[in-house]
Write a protein that binds this ligand. Structure first.
Ligand SMILES: C[S@@+](CC[C@H](N)C(=O)[O-])C[C@H]1O[C@@H](n2cnc3c(N)ncnc32)[C@H](O)[C@@H]1O
Length: 373
């Protein structure tokens, strides 16, 4: 695309950002300089900015600090590109991007068997979009947790601004904390269910967060995951597969993506019984839906084409380049966009190759207490 065309596309975008006050990436001030956070984040991933660099090495903190930095950096990008839900979802012709996302959130809630007034934990809640919709749909009381203070602040602001019903507000609670060691307020055997919605694969070893979920959920209760996973077809000996894996791990703040058979062992090591496990992305395709990767390739509807599609991501990068150059967006915003591109590109290609899915569902349960207890 020539420079003139690029500016003709960019002008209305920049215009609407200023006129409509769109929360563009780099708008919200972070509690530390973006460029510094980015440098620290890059330290966690060898040769981070290079395509085809080494796989990330073992991290003693179970990737907790890297995930915190990553989400502090990218939350405004995700809000701009995806709205209040930071997950992928299959897409249906005739349904908007948002309606498609909400459909599968509800489907996940049904698979977990959530019911009115249940006490539920959402471990890795983002800015709480899925939590708010699932609590509204099921009537469950949901406590969300994330290790990113910026996200909890956004969740509280959005709840105040967009939720009018007190009934609904009363069912949404937000906490800052690490799911590897849950805050004391989340007591043992006090929840009916806990779920990780595209959050579990940010830890390198899934046993600690799953063990914490098992500890707070009552005997017989459900612990579920909707997870970024390699599909069984993924080949660890194929350098191209491994390059895509690394692109997703670096650009997605993830580590050690693994396959369902390996993940089941992690659930079992945490003392959970796996009841069911499947790729929701493929399940949706069988039902006639489009692959989740459409949002990353061609885009699904006008908003998603303008923000998350291949074209949309380029548009975001150009916009951010202009905003950073004229000093409106913080320094480091463009590099953050490039980092996300590692993830978007790699996930889309791996999805089309059927070697990866962001929507592997695992339903597990805490073993029921022996009779008489
Ligand atoms: C991809 S986002 C998904 C957010 C949300 N479930 C959604 O679908 O919108 C992953 C979330 O996991 C959280 N997370 C990652 N590591 C965590 C940790 N160690 N403790 C708590 N939350 C964590 C991130 O802060 C982020 O909110």
């Amino acid at each position: 695309m020539g420079l003139t065309t690029m500016f003709m596309v960019l002008l209305p975008v920049l215009g609407s950002i200023f006129v409509l006050k769109v929360p563009y990436p780099g708008k919200f001030e972070l509690d530390a300089e973006r460029a510094n956070i980015l440098a620290k984040f890059d330290d966690y991933y060898s040769g981070a900015v290079e395509w085809g660099a080494e796989q990330p090495s073992h991290d003693e903190a179970n990737n907790k600090d890297a995930a915190e930095r990553y989400f502090t950096l990218i939350t405004d990008f995700f809000e701009y590109g995806w709205g209040d839900a930071f997950h992928m979802s299959p897409l249906k012709e005739g349904y908007s991007f948002k309606a498609s996302m909400a459909y599968w959130e509800q489907n996940f809630a049904l698979e977990m068997g959530l019911k009115p007034d249940m006490r539920v934990a959402d471990l890795g809640m983002g800015i709480g979009g899925p939590l708010r919709r699932i609590s509204e749909f099921t009537g469950a009381n949901i406590t969300g947790l994330t290790n990113c203070v910026h996200q909890v602040n956004r969740a509280k602001t959005i709840t105040e601004q967009r939720i009018s019903s007190q009934w609904h507000k009363d069912r949404c609670t937000y906490l800052v904390g690490d799911y590897n060691k849950l805050p004391a307020i989340m007591e043992e055997n006090t929840y009916d269910a806990a779920y990780f919605l595209e959050s579990l694969s940010h830890s390198e070893n899934r046993v600690p967060p799953l063990s914490e979920a098992r500890r707070i959920v009552k005997p017989g209760g459900i612990v579920a995951g909707w997870q970024w996973m390699l599909r069984p077809e993924f080949n660890y000996s194929d350098p191209y597969h491994m390059e895509l894996k690394r692109g997703m791990e670096y650009g997605g703040g993830l580590r050690n993506l693994n396959k369902p058979s390996e993940r089941h062992l992690e659930y079992e090591a945490a003392g959970l019984e796996v009841l069911g496990s499947w790729d929701m992305g493929m399940q949706a395709i069988e039902r006639g839906w489009n692959g989740w990767w459409t949002s990353l390739t061609s885009g699904h509807d006008i908003p998603s084409t303008l923000t998350s599609s291949h074209f949309g991501r380029k548009l975001t990068m150009w916009t951010v380049w202009v905003l950073e150059t004229i000093g409106v967006a913080e320094k480091g915003t463009l590099r953050t966009a490039e980092m996300l591109e590692h993830c978007g590109y790699s996930a889309a290609v791996a999805g089309e190759m059927h070697i990866f899915t962001p929507a592997w569902v695992t339903i597990a349960r805490v073993p029921p207490a022996p009779k008489g207890e």
